[in-house]
Design a binder for this molecule. Structure first.
Ligand SMILES: *[C@@H]1O[C@H](CO)[C@@H](O)[C@H](O)[C@H]1NC(C)=O
Ligand SMILES: *[C@@H]1O[C@H](CO)[C@@H](O)[C@H](O)[C@H]1NC(C)=O
Ligand SMILES: *[C@@H]1O[C@H](CO)[C@@H](O)[C@H](O)[C@H]1NC(C)=O
Ligand SMILES: *[C@@H]1O[C@H](CO)[C@@H](O)[C@H](O)[C@H]1NC(C)=O
Length: 441
Protein backbone atom coordinates (compact mmCIF):
# COMPACT_ATOMS: atom_id res chain seq x y z
CA UNK A 1 0.00 0.00 0.00
CA UNK A 2 2.74 2.43 1.03
CA UNK A 3 4.51 2.00 -2.25
CA UNK A 4 1.34 2.75 -4.21
CA UNK A 5 0.85 5.99 -2.35
CA UNK A 6 4.49 6.80 -2.88
CA UNK A 7 4.15 6.17 -6.59
CA UNK A 8 1.06 8.30 -6.85
CA UNK A 9 2.69 11.08 -4.90
CA UNK A 10 5.72 10.87 -7.16
CA UNK A 11 3.46 10.97 -10.16
CA UNK A 12 1.83 14.13 -8.85
CA UNK A 13 5.20 15.76 -8.19
CA UNK A 14 6.32 14.77 -11.65
CA UNK A 15 3.18 16.16 -13.12
CA UNK A 16 3.97 19.47 -11.43
CA UNK A 17 7.52 19.53 -12.72
CA UNK A 18 6.24 18.72 -16.18
CA UNK A 19 3.91 21.67 -15.96
CA UNK A 20 6.73 24.05 -15.08
CA UNK A 21 8.85 22.60 -17.84
CA UNK A 22 6.01 23.04 -20.28
CA UNK A 23 5.83 26.69 -19.28
CA UNK A 24 9.56 27.16 -19.82
CA UNK A 25 9.26 25.43 -23.16
CA UNK A 26 6.47 27.74 -24.25
CA UNK A 27 8.55 30.70 -23.14
CA UNK A 28 11.56 29.54 -25.10
CA UNK A 29 9.50 28.84 -28.18
CA UNK A 30 7.80 32.21 -28.04
CA UNK A 31 11.05 34.13 -27.55
CA UNK A 32 12.49 32.27 -30.51
CA UNK A 33 9.52 33.20 -32.64
CA UNK A 34 10.04 36.79 -31.61
CA UNK A 35 13.72 36.61 -32.57
CA UNK A 36 12.87 35.19 -35.98
CA UNK A 37 10.36 37.97 -36.51
CA UNK A 38 12.76 40.69 -35.40
CA UNK A 39 15.52 39.18 -37.45
CA UNK A 40 13.50 39.07 -40.65
CA UNK A 41 12.18 42.59 -40.03
CA UNK A 42 15.60 44.20 -39.59
CA UNK A 43 17.08 42.45 -42.61
CA UNK A 44 14.11 43.46 -44.71
CA UNK A 45 14.49 47.06 -43.52
CA UNK A 46 18.17 47.32 -44.29
CA UNK A 47 17.69 45.72 -47.69
CA UNK A 48 15.08 48.33 -48.57
CA UNK A 49 17.21 51.21 -47.34
CA UNK A 50 20.36 49.99 -49.12
CA UNK A 51 18.37 49.63 -52.33
CA UNK A 52 17.38 53.26 -51.96
CA UNK A 53 21.07 54.23 -51.60
CA UNK A 54 22.16 52.31 -54.64
CA UNK A 55 19.67 53.97 -56.91
CA UNK A 56 20.42 57.51 -55.88
CA UNK A 57 24.18 57.76 -55.34
CA UNK A 58 27.17 56.73 -57.45
CA UNK A 59 30.10 58.37 -55.67
CA UNK A 60 32.73 56.01 -54.25
CA UNK A 61 32.55 57.40 -50.69
CA UNK A 62 28.87 56.52 -50.58
CA UNK A 63 29.66 53.12 -52.05
CA UNK A 64 32.25 52.53 -49.31
CA UNK A 65 29.82 53.62 -46.67
CA UNK A 66 27.29 51.29 -48.16
CA UNK A 67 29.79 48.48 -48.34
CA UNK A 68 30.76 49.04 -44.71
CA UNK A 69 27.12 49.16 -43.67
CA UNK A 70 26.41 45.92 -45.53
CA UNK A 71 29.42 44.31 -43.89
CA UNK A 72 28.10 45.40 -40.45
CA UNK A 73 24.66 44.04 -41.31
CA UNK A 74 26.18 40.75 -42.39
CA UNK A 75 28.15 40.41 -39.19
CA UNK A 76 25.03 41.27 -37.12
CA UNK A 77 23.05 38.66 -39.01
CA UNK A 78 25.73 36.07 -38.30
CA UNK A 79 25.57 36.82 -34.57
CA UNK A 80 21.80 36.64 -34.62
CA UNK A 81 21.74 33.37 -36.48
CA UNK A 82 24.27 31.85 -34.04
CA UNK A 83 22.04 32.95 -31.15
CA UNK A 84 19.02 31.47 -32.90
CA UNK A 85 20.78 28.16 -33.38
CA UNK A 86 21.83 28.12 -29.73
CA UNK A 87 18.23 28.64 -28.61
CA UNK A 88 16.88 26.03 -30.98
CA UNK A 89 19.33 23.53 -29.59
CA UNK A 90 18.18 24.41 -26.07
CA UNK A 91 14.55 24.01 -27.07
CA UNK A 92 15.03 20.60 -28.55
CA UNK A 93 16.95 19.36 -25.52
CA UNK A 94 14.16 20.67 -23.26
CA UNK A 95 11.61 18.96 -25.45
CA UNK A 96 13.47 15.67 -25.15
CA UNK A 97 13.62 15.93 -21.35
CA UNK A 98 9.95 16.80 -21.26
CA UNK A 99 8.92 13.85 -23.38
CA UNK A 100 11.03 11.52 -21.27
CA UNK A 101 9.41 12.86 -18.08
CA UNK A 102 5.91 12.49 -19.50
CA UNK A 103 6.67 8.91 -20.44
CA UNK A 104 7.97 8.10 -16.97
CA UNK A 105 5.01 9.79 -15.23
CA UNK A 106 2.59 7.74 -17.36
CA UNK A 107 4.37 4.53 -16.40
CA UNK A 108 4.23 5.51 -12.71
CA UNK A 109 0.50 6.22 -12.95
CA UNK A 110 -0.11 2.92 -14.69
CA UNK A 111 1.88 0.91 -12.15
CA UNK A 112 0.19 2.75 -9.27
CA UNK A 113 -3.23 2.00 -10.73
CA UNK A 114 -2.30 -1.65 -11.22
CA UNK A 115 -1.26 -2.00 -7.60
CA UNK A 116 2.48 -2.46 -7.11
CA UNK A 117 3.60 -5.40 -4.98
CA UNK A 118 0.05 -6.18 -3.91
CA UNK A 119 -3.02 -7.62 -5.48
CA UNK A 120 -4.56 -5.90 -8.46
CA UNK A 121 -7.85 -5.69 -6.55
CA UNK A 122 -6.47 -3.17 -4.06
CA UNK A 123 -7.54 -0.24 -6.21
CA UNK A 124 -11.10 -0.93 -7.31
CA UNK A 125 -11.91 -0.61 -10.99
CA UNK A 126 -14.46 2.09 -10.17
CA UNK A 127 -11.79 4.27 -8.51
CA UNK A 128 -9.45 3.81 -11.47
CA UNK A 129 -12.26 4.82 -13.81
CA UNK A 130 -13.15 7.84 -11.68
CA UNK A 131 -9.54 9.04 -11.49
CA UNK A 132 -8.63 8.55 -15.11
CA UNK A 133 -6.78 9.47 -17.22
CA UNK A 134 -9.10 8.84 -20.14
CA UNK A 135 -8.00 9.05 -23.76
CA UNK A 136 -10.15 11.43 -25.77
CA UNK A 137 -11.51 10.82 -29.24
CA UNK A 138 -9.33 12.20 -32.04
CA UNK A 139 -9.93 15.83 -32.90
CA UNK A 140 -11.12 16.95 -29.44
CA UNK A 141 -7.81 18.07 -28.06
CA UNK A 142 -7.38 21.65 -29.26
CA UNK A 143 -9.20 23.51 -26.46
CA UNK A 144 -7.84 21.35 -23.69
CA UNK A 145 -4.21 21.21 -24.74
CA UNK A 146 -4.13 17.49 -23.98
CA UNK A 147 -5.49 14.33 -25.45
CA UNK A 148 -6.17 12.77 -22.05
CA UNK A 149 -8.83 13.84 -19.58
CA UNK A 150 -8.06 13.71 -15.86
CA UNK A 151 -11.20 14.16 -13.74
CA UNK A 152 -10.66 16.85 -11.07
CA UNK A 153 -9.59 15.41 -7.73
CA UNK A 154 -8.14 17.09 -4.63
CA UNK A 155 -4.41 16.44 -4.37
CA UNK A 156 -4.69 15.28 -0.74
CA UNK A 157 -6.91 12.39 -1.91
CA UNK A 158 -3.65 10.58 -2.65
CA UNK A 159 -2.86 10.63 1.08
CA UNK A 160 -6.07 8.79 1.94
CA UNK A 161 -6.08 5.84 -0.40
CA UNK A 162 -7.87 3.54 2.05
CA UNK A 163 -10.68 6.06 2.58
CA UNK A 164 -10.87 6.72 -1.14
CA UNK A 165 -11.26 3.00 -1.84
CA UNK A 166 -14.03 2.86 0.74
CA UNK A 167 -15.72 5.92 -0.73
CA UNK A 168 -15.67 4.32 -4.18
CA UNK A 169 -17.04 0.96 -3.00
CA UNK A 170 -20.66 0.75 -4.11
CA UNK A 171 -22.79 -0.92 -6.70
CA UNK A 172 -22.92 1.04 -9.95
CA UNK A 173 -26.40 2.42 -10.60
CA UNK A 174 -27.69 1.44 -7.13
CA UNK A 175 -28.06 3.47 -3.93
CA UNK A 176 -24.88 5.08 -2.54
CA UNK A 177 -23.74 4.18 0.96
CA UNK A 178 -24.98 6.68 3.56
CA UNK A 179 -21.60 8.33 4.10
CA UNK A 180 -22.17 12.10 4.03
CA UNK A 181 -20.18 12.68 7.21
CA UNK A 182 -17.33 10.46 6.05
CA UNK A 183 -17.26 12.17 2.65
CA UNK A 184 -17.28 15.66 4.13
CA UNK A 185 -14.46 14.74 6.52
CA UNK A 186 -12.44 13.59 3.52
CA UNK A 187 -13.12 16.95 1.85
CA UNK A 188 -11.99 18.83 4.95
CA UNK A 189 -8.73 16.86 4.93
CA UNK A 190 -8.02 18.28 1.48
CA UNK A 191 -9.53 15.56 -0.72
CA UNK A 192 -11.61 18.25 -2.38
CA UNK A 193 -13.12 17.86 -4.88
CA UNK A 194 -14.01 14.24 -4.17
CA UNK A 195 -14.15 11.86 -7.11
CA UNK A 196 -17.49 11.55 -8.87
CA UNK A 197 -19.54 8.42 -8.24
CA UNK A 198 -21.99 6.34 -10.22
CA UNK A 199 -24.60 5.73 -7.53
CA UNK A 200 -27.77 7.47 -6.31
CA UNK A 201 -27.83 9.26 -2.95
CA UNK A 202 -30.60 7.90 -0.74
CA UNK A 203 -33.76 9.88 -1.45
CA UNK A 204 -36.12 11.11 1.27
CA UNK A 205 -39.44 9.36 1.87
CA UNK A 206 -42.61 11.35 1.25
CA UNK A 207 -40.94 14.26 -0.54
CA UNK A 208 -43.29 17.14 -1.39
CA UNK A 209 -42.76 20.05 -3.80
CA UNK A 210 -40.95 23.02 -2.20
CA UNK A 211 -42.76 26.06 -0.82
CA UNK A 212 -43.15 28.63 -3.63
CA UNK A 213 -40.95 31.73 -3.70
CA UNK A 214 -40.90 34.26 -1.99
CA UNK A 215 -42.61 32.60 1.00
CA UNK A 216 -39.85 29.93 0.85
CA UNK A 217 -37.27 32.50 2.01
CA UNK A 218 -38.67 32.46 5.55
CA UNK A 219 -40.27 29.02 5.78
CA UNK A 220 -38.84 25.99 7.54
CA UNK A 221 -39.30 23.12 5.08
CA UNK A 222 -41.13 19.87 5.95
CA UNK A 223 -38.99 17.21 7.63
CA UNK A 224 -39.69 14.90 4.70
CA UNK A 225 -37.68 17.09 2.30
CA UNK A 226 -34.38 15.41 3.22
CA UNK A 227 -32.85 12.26 4.74
CA UNK A 228 -31.61 12.65 8.31
CA UNK A 229 -29.16 9.75 8.63
CA UNK A 230 -26.12 12.02 8.78
CA UNK A 231 -27.29 14.22 11.65
CA UNK A 232 -27.83 14.03 15.39
CA UNK A 233 -31.15 15.83 15.02
CA UNK A 234 -33.82 13.91 13.15
CA UNK A 235 -36.15 16.81 12.32
CA UNK A 236 -36.17 20.61 11.96
CA UNK A 237 -37.89 21.13 15.34
CA UNK A 238 -34.81 19.61 16.94
CA UNK A 239 -32.49 21.89 14.94
CA UNK A 240 -34.48 25.00 15.85
CA UNK A 241 -34.45 24.03 19.51
CA UNK A 242 -30.70 23.54 19.45
CA UNK A 243 -30.44 27.28 20.14
CA UNK A 244 -31.43 26.59 23.75
CA UNK A 245 -28.65 24.06 24.33
CA UNK A 246 -25.38 25.03 25.95
CA UNK A 247 -23.40 23.20 23.27
CA UNK A 248 -21.29 25.12 20.80
CA UNK A 249 -22.82 23.94 17.54
CA UNK A 250 -21.76 25.91 14.54
CA UNK A 251 -24.46 28.55 14.01
CA UNK A 252 -26.72 26.90 16.55
CA UNK A 253 -29.52 29.46 16.46
CA UNK A 254 -29.57 29.94 12.72
CA UNK A 255 -32.25 27.37 11.88
CA UNK A 256 -34.67 29.47 13.92
CA UNK A 257 -36.01 31.81 11.24
CA UNK A 258 -38.20 33.65 13.72
CA UNK A 259 -35.40 34.49 16.13
CA UNK A 260 -32.13 36.37 15.64
CA UNK A 261 -31.96 35.42 11.96
CA UNK A 262 -34.94 37.65 11.31
CA UNK A 263 -33.10 40.85 12.26
CA UNK A 264 -29.56 40.15 11.06
CA UNK A 265 -28.03 42.90 8.88
CA UNK A 266 -31.23 44.95 8.90
CA UNK A 267 -29.94 47.65 11.23
CA UNK A 268 -26.61 49.43 11.10
CA UNK A 269 -25.46 50.10 14.66
CA UNK A 270 -22.64 52.39 13.52
CA UNK A 271 -20.23 49.95 15.16
CA UNK A 272 -19.27 46.40 14.27
CA UNK A 273 -22.71 45.49 12.88
CA UNK A 274 -23.05 47.02 9.44
CA UNK A 275 -26.45 47.05 7.75
CA UNK A 276 -27.04 45.66 4.26
CA UNK A 277 -28.68 48.87 3.06
CA UNK A 278 -25.78 51.02 4.29
CA UNK A 279 -23.34 48.71 2.51
CA UNK A 280 -25.31 48.68 -0.76
CA UNK A 281 -25.61 52.46 -0.42
CA UNK A 282 -21.86 52.89 -0.88
CA UNK A 283 -22.31 52.02 -4.58
CA UNK A 284 -24.64 53.38 -7.30
CA UNK A 285 -28.10 51.72 -7.07
CA UNK A 286 -28.33 48.37 -8.84
CA UNK A 287 -24.58 47.93 -9.38
CA UNK A 288 -24.21 45.27 -6.68
CA UNK A 289 -25.98 42.38 -8.40
CA UNK A 290 -24.16 39.10 -7.78
CA UNK A 291 -21.94 37.77 -5.03
CA UNK A 292 -20.85 35.14 -2.57
CA UNK A 293 -21.37 34.61 1.16
CA UNK A 294 -18.52 32.47 2.50
CA UNK A 295 -19.67 30.11 5.25
CA UNK A 296 -23.16 31.57 5.16
CA UNK A 297 -24.88 29.25 7.65
CA UNK A 298 -28.53 28.79 6.73
CA UNK A 299 -28.46 31.46 4.01
CA UNK A 300 -30.09 34.43 5.73
CA UNK A 301 -27.61 36.91 4.25
CA UNK A 302 -28.51 35.64 0.77
CA UNK A 303 -32.22 35.84 1.64
CA UNK A 304 -31.96 39.49 2.67
CA UNK A 305 -29.94 40.27 -0.43
CA UNK A 306 -32.44 38.38 -2.60
CA UNK A 307 -35.15 40.70 -1.27
CA UNK A 308 -33.00 43.52 -2.67
CA UNK A 309 -32.63 41.78 -6.02
CA UNK A 310 -29.03 40.75 -5.35
CA UNK A 311 -28.18 37.11 -6.14
CA UNK A 312 -25.86 35.58 -3.55
CA UNK A 313 -24.35 32.09 -3.63
CA UNK A 314 -23.91 30.75 -0.10
CA UNK A 315 -21.00 28.41 0.60
CA UNK A 316 -21.60 26.13 3.54
CA UNK A 317 -20.48 22.81 4.99
CA UNK A 318 -22.96 20.46 6.67
CA UNK A 319 -21.56 20.53 10.20
CA UNK A 320 -24.03 18.26 12.00
CA UNK A 321 -26.93 19.90 10.25
CA UNK A 322 -28.42 19.94 6.74
CA UNK A 323 -27.16 23.46 6.00
CA UNK A 324 -26.93 23.02 2.22
CA UNK A 325 -30.42 21.47 1.96
CA UNK A 326 -31.89 24.17 4.18
CA UNK A 327 -30.42 27.00 2.08
CA UNK A 328 -31.76 25.31 -1.06
CA UNK A 329 -35.21 24.88 0.49
CA UNK A 330 -35.34 28.65 0.97
CA UNK A 331 -34.92 29.07 -2.79
CA UNK A 332 -31.29 30.18 -2.49
CA UNK A 333 -28.15 28.70 -4.04
CA UNK A 334 -25.98 26.62 -1.69
CA UNK A 335 -22.42 25.64 -2.57
CA UNK A 336 -20.75 22.75 -0.76
CA UNK A 337 -17.09 23.83 -0.67
CA UNK A 338 -14.74 24.34 2.27
CA UNK A 339 -12.92 27.59 3.03
CA UNK A 340 -9.72 25.95 1.75
CA UNK A 341 -11.18 25.50 -1.74
CA UNK A 342 -10.16 27.86 -4.55
CA UNK A 343 -13.32 29.86 -5.24
CA UNK A 344 -15.00 28.36 -8.32
CA UNK A 345 -15.54 31.73 -9.99
CA UNK A 346 -13.57 33.40 -12.73
CA UNK A 347 -11.37 36.45 -12.08
CA UNK A 348 -13.09 39.82 -11.74
CA UNK A 349 -16.66 38.52 -11.86
CA UNK A 350 -18.40 39.18 -8.52
CA UNK A 351 -19.81 42.47 -7.20
CA UNK A 352 -19.64 41.50 -3.53
CA UNK A 353 -18.15 38.86 -1.21
CA UNK A 354 -19.33 38.67 2.41
CA UNK A 355 -18.14 36.53 5.28
CA UNK A 356 -19.24 36.56 8.90
CA UNK A 357 -17.34 34.75 11.69
CA UNK A 358 -15.98 32.09 9.36
CA UNK A 359 -12.83 33.81 8.20
CA UNK A 360 -11.08 34.32 11.54
CA UNK A 361 -7.93 33.51 13.47
CA UNK A 362 -8.60 29.75 13.56
CA UNK A 363 -7.48 29.64 9.93
CA UNK A 364 -3.68 29.28 9.63
CA UNK A 365 -2.16 32.58 8.43
CA UNK A 366 -0.91 31.26 5.11
CA UNK A 367 -4.27 29.67 4.24
CA UNK A 368 -6.07 32.87 5.21
CA UNK A 369 -3.80 35.04 3.10
CA UNK A 370 -4.34 32.81 0.06
CA UNK A 371 -8.10 32.96 0.72
CA UNK A 372 -8.03 36.78 0.88
CA UNK A 373 -6.09 37.00 -2.38
CA UNK A 374 -8.62 34.60 -3.91
CA UNK A 375 -11.48 36.88 -2.80
CA UNK A 376 -9.65 39.82 -4.34
CA UNK A 377 -9.25 37.76 -7.53
CA UNK A 378 -12.94 36.95 -8.02
CA UNK A 379 -14.14 40.49 -7.23
CA UNK A 380 -14.57 42.88 -10.11
CA UNK A 381 -12.81 46.26 -9.95
CA UNK A 382 -14.81 48.36 -7.48
CA UNK A 383 -16.30 45.17 -5.99
CA UNK A 384 -16.91 44.98 -2.24
CA UNK A 385 -15.47 42.64 0.36
CA UNK A 386 -17.47 42.83 3.57
CA UNK A 387 -15.43 41.21 6.32
CA UNK A 388 -18.03 40.84 9.06
CA UNK A 389 -17.01 40.22 12.68
CA UNK A 390 -13.57 38.80 11.98
CA UNK A 391 -12.44 37.34 15.29
CA UNK A 392 -8.91 37.48 16.74
CA UNK A 393 -6.78 38.43 19.75
CA UNK A 394 -6.00 42.13 20.14
CA UNK A 395 -2.29 41.53 19.74
CA UNK A 396 -2.84 39.66 16.45
CA UNK A 397 -4.88 42.44 14.92
CA UNK A 398 -2.11 44.98 14.42
CA UNK A 399 0.76 42.50 14.19
CA UNK A 400 -0.74 39.99 11.74
CA UNK A 401 -4.06 40.86 10.15
CA UNK A 402 -3.77 44.59 9.42
CA UNK A 403 -0.48 44.02 7.53
CA UNK A 404 -1.99 40.97 5.78
CA UNK A 405 -4.99 42.93 4.52
CA UNK A 406 -2.66 45.71 3.40
CA UNK A 407 -0.62 43.19 1.41
CA UNK A 408 -3.74 41.95 -0.37
CA UNK A 409 -4.37 45.52 -1.53
CA UNK A 410 -8.00 46.43 -0.80
CA UNK A 411 -9.10 50.03 -0.27
CA UNK A 412 -10.78 50.68 3.09
CA UNK A 413 -14.30 52.11 2.88
CA UNK A 414 -15.18 51.33 6.50
CA UNK A 415 -13.12 49.88 9.35
CA UNK A 416 -14.29 49.06 12.87
CA UNK A 417 -12.31 47.16 15.48
CA UNK A 418 -13.88 46.51 18.85
CA UNK A 419 -13.62 44.34 21.93
CA UNK A 420 -15.59 41.11 21.75
CA UNK A 421 -17.99 41.62 24.62
CA UNK A 422 -20.07 38.44 24.53
CA UNK A 423 -17.58 36.56 26.72
CA UNK A 424 -16.64 39.29 29.19
CA UNK A 425 -13.98 41.99 29.15
CA UNK A 426 -11.23 39.97 30.81
CA UNK A 427 -10.04 38.32 27.60
CA UNK A 428 -8.17 40.23 24.90
CA UNK A 429 -10.63 39.17 22.23
CA UNK A 430 -11.43 41.46 19.36
CA UNK A 431 -13.73 41.72 16.39
CA UNK A 432 -12.92 43.48 13.16
CA UNK A 433 -15.64 44.52 10.72
CA UNK A 434 -14.50 46.11 7.50
CA UNK A 435 -15.95 47.15 4.19
CA UNK A 436 -13.16 46.84 1.66
CA UNK A 437 -13.09 47.63 -2.02
CA UNK A 438 -11.06 46.15 -4.85
CA UNK A 439 -9.33 49.13 -6.50
CA UNK A 440 -10.70 50.25 -9.87
CA UNK A 441 -7.29 50.01 -11.57
C1 LIG B 1 34.93 51.59 -43.89
O1 LIG B 1 35.58 50.89 -42.82
C2 LIG B 1 36.99 50.98 -42.82
C3 LIG B 1 37.51 50.13 -41.66
O2 LIG B 1 36.77 48.97 -41.52
C4 LIG B 1 37.41 52.44 -42.71
O3 LIG B 1 38.85 52.57 -42.81
C5 LIG B 1 36.77 53.28 -43.77
O4 LIG B 1 37.06 54.66 -43.60
C6 LIG B 1 35.27 53.07 -43.79
N1 LIG B 1 34.67 53.80 -44.89
C7 LIG B 1 33.60 54.56 -44.79
C8 LIG B 1 33.21 55.29 -46.03
O5 LIG B 1 32.93 54.65 -43.76
C1 LIG C 1 -37.73 15.41 16.49
O1 LIG C 1 -36.58 14.63 16.72
C2 LIG C 1 -36.28 14.45 18.08
C3 LIG C 1 -34.97 13.72 18.16
O2 LIG C 1 -34.05 14.27 17.27
C4 LIG C 1 -37.41 13.68 18.75
O3 LIG C 1 -37.13 13.53 20.13
C5 LIG C 1 -38.70 14.43 18.55
O4 LIG C 1 -39.79 13.67 19.06
C6 LIG C 1 -38.95 14.73 17.10
N1 LIG C 1 -40.08 15.63 16.98
C7 LIG C 1 -40.99 15.53 16.02
C8 LIG C 1 -42.07 16.55 16.02
O5 LIG C 1 -40.92 14.66 15.19
C1 LIG D 1 -36.66 43.95 -7.44
O1 LIG D 1 -37.00 43.74 -8.79
C2 LIG D 1 -38.40 43.79 -9.05
C3 LIG D 1 -38.59 43.40 -10.49
O2 LIG D 1 -37.69 44.06 -11.32
C4 LIG D 1 -38.93 45.16 -8.71
O3 LIG D 1 -40.31 45.21 -8.93
C5 LIG D 1 -38.63 45.46 -7.25
O4 LIG D 1 -39.02 46.78 -6.92
C6 LIG D 1 -37.16 45.29 -6.94
N1 LIG D 1 -36.93 45.38 -5.50
C7 LIG D 1 -36.01 46.17 -4.96
C8 LIG D 1 -35.92 46.18 -3.47
O5 LIG D 1 -35.22 46.82 -5.63
C1 LIG E 1 -3.83 48.97 16.52
O1 LIG E 1 -3.18 50.13 16.09
C2 LIG E 1 -3.97 51.31 16.11
C3 LIG E 1 -3.22 52.43 15.43
O2 LIG E 1 -1.84 52.37 15.73
C4 LIG E 1 -4.36 51.62 17.54
O3 LIG E 1 -5.16 52.77 17.59
C5 LIG E 1 -5.13 50.42 18.11
O4 LIG E 1 -5.43 50.62 19.46
C6 LIG E 1 -4.37 49.11 17.94
N1 LIG E 1 -5.28 48.04 18.25
C7 LIG E 1 -5.04 47.08 19.13
C8 LIG E 1 -6.10 46.07 19.31
O5 LIG E 1 -4.00 47.01 19.73
Amino acid sequence: MASIEECQRRAVVKHNSICSMLKILLLVVSTNLLTVLLFSCTSLDSRWSSCGLRVHSWDSAALFRELNATRRDLSDSRTQSAELQRRLAMTSSLLQTLLAEVGRAREDMATAADGVGGSRDEIPEELKLAMGPHKMPLGFTSNLGTDELYPALGSACFNFQKELVEYMSYEVGKECPVDDVFAQRLMLKGCEPLPRRRCHPKSPKGYVEPVPFPASLWTIPPDTSITWDAYTCKNYTCLVNRRKEKTSYDCKDCFDLKGREKVRWLHDDGGLAYGIDAVLGTKPPGTIRIGLDIGGGTGTFAARMRERNVTIVTSSMNFDGPFNSFIASRGLVPMHVSVAHRLPFFDGTLDIVHSMHVLSNWIPDAVLEFALFDIYRVLRPGGLFWLDHFFCAGTQLNSTYVPMLRRVGFNKLRWTAGRKLDRGMDKDEWYLSALLEKPMT
